[in-house]
Structure formats: C-alpha cells, structure tokens
Design a protein around this ligand. Structure first.
Ligand code: TMP
Length: 202
C-alpha cells in the first residue's frame, strides 16, 4: 500500500465535521495523489444502512460494538484498502479509536474484548495519522444544542461524553507517534493553520 490513511476523531461537538473537508482538500493539493473522504459508521451502501440503525435504534452494547466492527470490515475491503492500494490517500471521519472511546469508554465494554475484535478486523493495520479534536465536554454540548436533531450518542449524558473523551485521550497517550491532539476550542483559522502544519509534515 502506498497511499496514506488519515482519521479524524473526537467527542460529539468537538468540531471534526467542520474540518474534514478542509483536510481532504489540503491532502488533495499537497500530496500529489488522489484523496477520498469517507466516514464511519458508513462508507459503503451496506454500512450506510447499518449507520441508520446504529445511530437511532436502541441495542445492547455488545451488539453495537460488533456492528461497528462489521461495518468497518466491509468499509476496509470495499473502499479503504483498494484506495490505498491504488496510491490514493484516504481521509476517514472516525475509525477504530471511536469504538474504543464510545463502546469501550462510554458503554463500558472491556478494552481487551475490543482489542481482540480490532486484531481480527484489521490485523496489523492502523491509520498513518489520527487527528484528535479535543474540547471539554461542556463546549461540545453547547455546539450540539445549536444543531438539534440529535442521534442516540449525542443525546447521552455529560458523564458518558466525559468517559468517551478520557478514553480518547488515553488511547492518544498510548500511541503519541500516530496521534496529533488538536485543541478544538481555538478559532477555525487557528485550527486550520495547525492542520496545515501537521499535513505538510506528513
Ligand atoms: P458522527 O456524528 O461523527 O458521524 O459519528 C456518529 C456517531 O457514532 C458518533 O456519535 C460516534 C458514534 N460511533 C461509535 O459510537 N462507535 C464507532 O465505532 C464509530 C465509528 C462511531
């Protein structure tokens, strides 16, 4: 594989969605290769149908975690691996770190179980770079309140989001080579300047 795989992560309301298109455009102009933008859960016709259920249908935490990995494997086989194989760069809005943060930290699924599923779903494969947009839970909540129409995760209590954030930060601390933590409370232009520096370096 010659393309690079970049993922964006963060709690709901961290500002990731504001910047994903900007990251794709940066990569497209700077890498000299193709750049595709995709997301999880989703990214394939099957994955997008499962996304609807995952975001709106109540289900057991284990079901949720297993479906996240099922969607991911389909996405890897149908979209991500072929694109990287062609030499394209792939910018993905959430990946396995989200499962560790939400189903692990948020829902309390033991991390060893998620690690086993991760090793089955994408053995030896990790993003080249993960941009973690970090904001305090209170800041994320204010942004969510503005857009309305909240999904199942966005409607969770502050305590859930605090555990998600802590799990993200722990995962980033365990792999500082791969993660860049972006302070999502900065003005958009400051975040963009930081993104330019990070992408240029890659
Ligand atoms: P989005 O709103 O950033 O598109 O993400 C959809 C929601 O799905 C978000 O609240 C986080 C959640 N999610 C998980 O709980 N586990 C996962 O593995 C992924 C990819 C997303």
């Amino acid at each position: 594989m010659t393309g690079k795989f970049i993922t964006l992560e963060g709690i709901d309301g961290a500002g990731k969605s504001t910047h994903v298109q900007y990251v794709r455009d940066l990569v497209a102009t700077r890498s000299g290769a193709g750049a595709i933008m995709t997301r999880e859960p989703g990214g394939t016709p099957l994955g997008e149908r499962l996304r609807e259920l995952l975001l709106h249908e109540p289900m057991a935490p284990a079901t949720e975690a297993l479906l996240m990995f099922a969607v991911r494997r389909e996405h890897l086989e149908a979209v991500i691996w072929p694109a990287l194989g062609r030499g394209d760069w792939v910018i993905c809005d959430r990946f396995t770190d989200a499962t560790v943060a939400y189903q692990g930290g948020g829902r309390g699924i033991p991390l060893a179980r998620l690690a086993a599923l991760e090793a089955w779903t994408h053995p030896g494969f990790q993003p080249d770079l993960t941009l973690l947009f970090d904001v305090p839970v209170e800041v994320g909540a204010v942004r969510l309140a503005r857009h309305g129409g909240l999904d199942k995760f966005e409607r969770e209590q502050a305590e859930f989001h605090r555990r998600v954030r802590a799990a993200y930060l722990a995962r980033a601390a365990a792999d500082p080579q791969r993660f860049r933590i972006i302070d999502g409370t900065q003005p958009v232009e400051a975040v963009r300047a930081e993104l330019r520096r990070v992408i240029e370096a890659l």
